[in-house]
Design a protein around this ligand. Structure first.
Ligand code: IMP
Ligand code: MG
Length: 173
């Protein structure tokens, strides 16, 4: 494994993103962050702790990949939200946008719940892999077509706990 984005760079970028997000919403308006499990959990935890007291949060779980590296193109809801989104400022917090299929699905179902605003924050983006055109307002880092792990991202459920983003060698997909 080769480190692509070291932990210190990640933390600096998180602080920038948090500042940008807070500046984009009217002062004192609540901002409701929806973390996409499992990959989004580290990004979410760092992001909310870099933001002020007007943040609320919830979790949703979908499955888009099996245990390997290839997308099935199929998205299944595994766990729905506990909270209502109607009239709220909602931000989807996701680990990575690859083909864009997962986010397109999520944006569609959450938009149908009538939030006041709906935006998306992705820690990573791999634009060269995009299959559908999906809007992501906040991107941590744009990367080339590598399979990466760490900072929430896994390969076969491992490596989510690593603090850097690393490229996994011998990728088959
Ligand atoms: P998409 O639907 O193809 O955009 O896939 C998004 C999901 O695939 C992400 O939420 C990740 O769970 C997973 N994924 C895509 N690329 C990678 C990667 O490089 N490493 C780990 N997981 C990935
Ligand atoms: Mg994910």
């Amino acid at each position: 494994m080769q480190i692509l984005i070291p932990a210190e760079r990640i933390q600096a970028r998180i602080r920038e993103l948090a500042g940008q997000i807070e500046a984009d919403y009217p002062a004192d308006d609540e901002i409701h962050l929806v973390c996409v499990l499992k990959g989004g959990f580290v990004f979410m935890a760092d992001l909310v702790r870099a933001m002020g007291p007007r943040v609320t949060l919830d979790f949703i779980a979908v499955s888009s990949y099996g245990t390997g590296k290839k997308s099935s193109g199929e998205v299944r809801m595994l766990k729905d939200l506990d909270s209502r989104l109607e009239g709220r400022h909602v931000i989807i917090v996701e680990d990575i946008v690859d083909t864009g299929l997962t986010l397109t699905y999520l944006q569609d179902i959450l938009r149908a719940r009538a939030p006041r605003t709906l935006r998306t924050a992705c820690f990573l983006s791999k634009p060269s892999r995009r299959v559908v055109d999906v809007t992501v307002e906040y991107v941590g880092f744009t990367i080339d077509d590598h399979f990466v792990v760490g900072y929430g991202l896994d390969y076969g459920e491992r490596y989510r706990n690593l603090q850097d983003i690393s490229v996994l060698d011998g990728a088959d997909g």
